[in-house]
Design a protein around this ligand. Structure first.
Ligand SMILES: NC(=O)NC(NC(N)=O)C(=O)[O-]
Ligand SMILES: [Zn+2]
Ligand SMILES: [Zn+2]
Length: 450
């Protein structure tokens, strides 16, 4: 029996701290050894030549809606997790909503876990929901392993996942603080968004720009300020998801400096698409909060470079093509949610590294070490160290490609990124030491690891 099951030779090994060249020896799903500057002398059954390639920690996507069980005509664990494997993502944390039933109690979490065990190609973890009806279920969900809770401050678009009122926020955050867990929040103001939408619709103004104007940045800022004040009052750890603008990030920054335990996520679409894409691509580019303009994209990149963003996650939230269609020019009716999980690393490399000089270590940090630390997965996941799980993405930075519909593994082969040229291509993805994706092919025969 050889010492290692797999040896990855001669790659540039990227972590949140450094880039070194060397060999990685993998045994029983874990990184057994990293030899820098020279070779591992023995041979392994699985030899991977990574000369000229970069080995990243497998990405953690802490924000996906895979919609299973119950809404698999939108997406599913098999198709969703295959798309992640193809994109170098080795762990996801699935949102509690859009699946039916939603993950708001122990029984429903059991269903979600069972489906993932059967179908996911990558590591699966879960968010629990905080809704007005389930404060008494939070403890069970926490004991059964959810990594945190998610609440909406404005309507979620899903009838069985209600947004929280101020009393639910207050009581829920007290309970989550008591449990020692964390609350992730979709922060937009219901009052602002609903009223502005009503006015626009009544006036017959339903274009892409009307929709965007009905969900202005101030609506995020107001909601973020409010939820931060509850975090301060209750001591609950807070995570703001999908901030669309640096102006929102600034509010979070101020709170951080005051000592509030708050972190922030942004998403690849806010870093690469604008309201112009919404006009041109229609519903494919509709999401909430909406895409902003070019100057906001540039400012958000400055926030990334400056260390003001904690996590980058996809917020992959697809729906069937018919629900993404813009009918009669009405942008208010189409489903809000972007299909993008497969492209996260491609966008960060192309728009971040190649276009703006973002160091590769920073990409590894935002998609690996940071989310792993925040959600209790570090150092098993999110880095490359002896003893860590062998979750790895091997990338060729010299390869460019144009994303085609046929390349997508989603339930529906649609995404606003189709037609984009990306620099940097995922060649091989390993999950717990097993190759799950190689040279454009999903490797199906994997042992289940969840
Ligand atoms: N129900 C959803 O999946 N909503 C999602 N939709 C977006 N972001 O447009 C979200 O995360 O808010
Ligand atoms: Zn959201
Ligand atoms: Zn979401």
């Amino acid at each position: 029996m050889s010492t290692y099951d797999v040896i990855i030779r001669n790659g540039h090994i990227v972590t949140e701290e450094t880039i070194v060249q060397g060999d990685i020896g993998i045994k029983a799903g874990k990184i057994a050894v990293i030899v820098v500057g020279q070779s591992i002398e023995t041979e392994a059954e699985g030899e991977i030549n990574a000369k000229g390639l970069h080995v990243f920690p497998g990405l953690i996507d802490s924000h996906v809606h895979f919609n299973e069980p119950g809404r698999t005509e939108w997406e599913g664990l098999e198709t969703g997790s295959k798309s992640l494997a193809a994109g170098g993502i080795t762990t996801f944390i699935d949102m509690p909503l859009n699946s039916t039933p939603p993950t708001i109690n122990r029984e429903n979490l059991v269903l979600k876990k069972a489906a993932s065990e059967r179908k996911s190609m990558v590591n699966a973890r879960f968010w629990g929901g905080l809704v007005p009806e389930n404060i008494n279920d939070l403890k069970d969900l926490f004991e059964d392993g959810v990594l945190g809770f998610k609440a909406f401050m404005s309507p979620s678009g899903i009838t069985d996942f209600n947004h929280v009122d101020d009393v639910t926020i207050y009581k829920g955050m007290k309970e989550i603080a008591r449990l020692g867990s964390l609350l992730a929040v979709h922060a937009e103001s219901t009052v602002i968004c609903e009223q502005l939408a009503q006015e626009k619709i009544a006036e017959g103004h339903t274009s892409a720009r009307d929709f965007t104007a009905s969900r202005p940045i101030i609506s995020e800022i107001e909601a973020v300020r409010r939820i931060i004040s509850y975090a301060e009052a209750t001591g609950c750890k807070l995570h703001i998801v999908h901030a669309s603008s640096r102006k929102v990030v600034e509010v979070i920054n101020e709170a951080k400096h005051r000592g509030v335990d708050v972190t922030v996520e942004t998403c690849p679409h806010y870093l690469s698409l604008t309201v112009k894409d919404l006009e041109e691509k229609g519903g494919l580019a509709k999401c909430c909060p909406p895409l902003r303009d070019e100057s906001e994209v540039d400012d958000l990149w400055k926030a990334v470079a400056n260390g003001e963003i904690d996590v980058i996650a996809s917020d992959h939230s697809p729906a069937p093509p018919s629900m993404k269609e813009i009918k009669n020019g009405d942008y208010f009716k189409a489903w809000g949610g972007i299909s993008g999980a497969q492209s996260t690393l491609n966008i960060l490399l192309t728009e971040g590294h190649f276009k703006r000089g973002l160091p590769l270590q920073k990409i590894a940090e935002l998609t690996g070490a940071k989310p792993a630390k925040l959600f209790g997965l570090f150092p098993n996941k999110g880095t490359i160290k002896a003893g860590s799980d062998a979750d790895l993405a091997i990338v060729d930075l010299n390869k460019s490609f144009e994303l085609k519909k046929e390349d997508l593994y989603y339930r529906h082969q649609q995404s606003p990124y189709v037609g984009k040229t990306f620099n940097g291509k995922v060649i091989t993805t390993l999950v717990n030491g097993q190759v799950v994706f190689q040279n454009g092919e999903i490797i199906k025969e994997i042992e289940k690891t969840v």
